[in-house]
Design a binder for this molecule. Structure first.
Ligand code: ATP
Ligand code: MG
Length: 397
């Protein structure tokens, strides 16, 4: 069975008035953009609260559906049979032919759901339901009507043309990209931060990312892993500008001058400061981290508070109250898990204390940081002026 069109479902109730047009236009352009990755040519258009994708050439169905499933804002993808209105007898014949082809052993329970958007159509939706139901039962004796939990809904939409569909493939949900500004993701090679970036991006927020690299303590492979993760997230989020910060000298200075049980928390504070500066310079409105309460010593409530204190921008922590397994489940779903568990250290082990503080006191940490007052401004300046920028997932041309 070849489908030449898709009906795209989105949660329009959430957006009203003027915003709805903005939402729909962004969604149309994001769909068109994503489908450029698929071989073939497509037209994406909207009319009366509906978005359609028409294939203008041959294309691979699975590839197109996969692309559409990476577009935020889409709730459902309906492969569509679109026919001209040649009267009800013709419609019946087309529906029966479609069902026979799509379901080679038609033994399903079903419910017909007719919608008469074009009011001039001579038969109202209740009557279409009844008459189409009878026709299906007569054509496929093993089928039954089930109005509560049918195996399939036979959707028939009477518009200028007539749309017939029985399948709704789940979409990624969320809001179209480009509807909610941009945020800076602190992206490490772990499981949590790619998921955090995905989750915020799913609300329509575009991403940039910062990775703190500490060569030679962290390897080229560790950096490559972060690039790979950014590319996987960008399949959903659109292009990501990745800023790779050389963090070695800053880490060494902390190591040299500060108590070792405070290393991680102080390091985290400098990461946040630098990421915030990069965020400001690149028009990002917030930071995003993959922190989750209690996961490690640097993520106790006390530690999070002390880390947070250096930031003036909002810090979005979408997985803050998630169990690890919940985060793992999402990373598997979005395809980052296998890359995240590759064994390349993203944070040098020699910089991690055996017994890190779990209840750091802000005053104590600030006191320790005073020991860095002389060297740190120059080190930060140096780190910022040697940032390597990598554009990930941008259009090829
Ligand atoms: P993840 O799985 O995301 O690496 P984690 O459980 O390893 O998280 P931490 O190492 O404590 O947690 O880091 C907490 C958060 O700080 C990360 O989710 C990430 O947002 C940020 N972060 C940590 N290390 C780096 C790094 N090297 N570069 C950029 N961001 C980092
Ligand atoms: Mg980590």
């Amino acid at each position: 069975m070849k489908f030449q069109s898709f009906l795209i479902k989105y949660a329009e109730i959430a957006v009203k008035g003027k915003n709805r047009y903005l939402f729909e236009d962004k969604l149309v352009s994001q769909i068109a953009r994503k489908l450029r990755e698929v071989e073939g040519s497509f037209e994406v258009w909207k009319t009366a609260g509906r978005i359609y994708v028409d294939a203008l050439t041959d294309y691979d169905f699975d590839e197109a559906v996969d692309a559409l499933q990476h577009v935020f804002g889409i709730v459902g993808i309906c492969p569509l049979l679109q026919i001209e209105d040649n009267g009800f007898e013709d419609l019946k014949a087309r529906v029966i032919a479609y069902l026979g082809e799509r379901y080679p052993d038609p033994a399903f329970t079903f419910k017909v759901l007719a919608r008469r958007a074009r009011k001039s159509y001579p038969i109202d939706s209740n009557e279409i339901n009844a008459r189409m139901g009878e026709a299906i039962l007569a054509a496929f004796p093993k089928t039954r009507v089930n109005v509560h939990t049918p195996d399939i809904f036979v959707n028939i939409e009477i518009r200028e043309k007539i749309n017939i569909y029985t399948e709704v493939i789940k979409g990624a949900g969320g809001m179209p990209l480009g509807t909610n500004g941009k945020a800076m993701l602190l992206l490490s090679g772990g499981i949590d931060s790619p998921v955090a970036g995905y989750m915020v991006s799913r609300r329509g927020v575009s991403l940039e990312a910062t990775y703190f690299h500490a060569p030679p303590y962290t390897s080229e492979r560790a950096k490559q892993k972060v690039v790979d993760l950014a590319r996987l997230v960008s399949r959903y989020s659109g292009p990501i500008r990745l800023h790779v910060v050389n963090f070695t000298d800053i880490q060494l200075a902390i190591y040299e001058k500060c108590p070792h049980d405070e290393l991680t928390i102080i390091m985290r504070r400098y990461m946040m400061r630098i990421a915030e500066t990069l965020a400001e310079r690149n028009n990002c409105l917030a930071l995003i981290t993959g922190e989750s309460i209690g996961q490690v010593a640097s993520q106790t409530m006390h530690s999070l508070t002390v880390t947070n204190e250096v930031c003036t921008m909002p810090v979005l922590r979408p997985v803050i109250a998630f169990d690890k397994q919940d985060i793992v489940d999402i990373s598997e779903k979005i395809g980052t898990y296998e890359t995240s568990i590759q064994p390349f250290e993203d944070c040098c082990t020699i910089f991690v204390a055996k017994h890190p503080v779990t209840r750091p006191l802000l005053k104590v940490i600030q006191k320790s940081e005073e020991k860095l007052a002389e060297v740190m401004p120059a080190l930060i300046e140096e780190a910022l002026s040697t940032v390597e920028t990598i554009d990930i997932g941008a259009d090829p041309e």
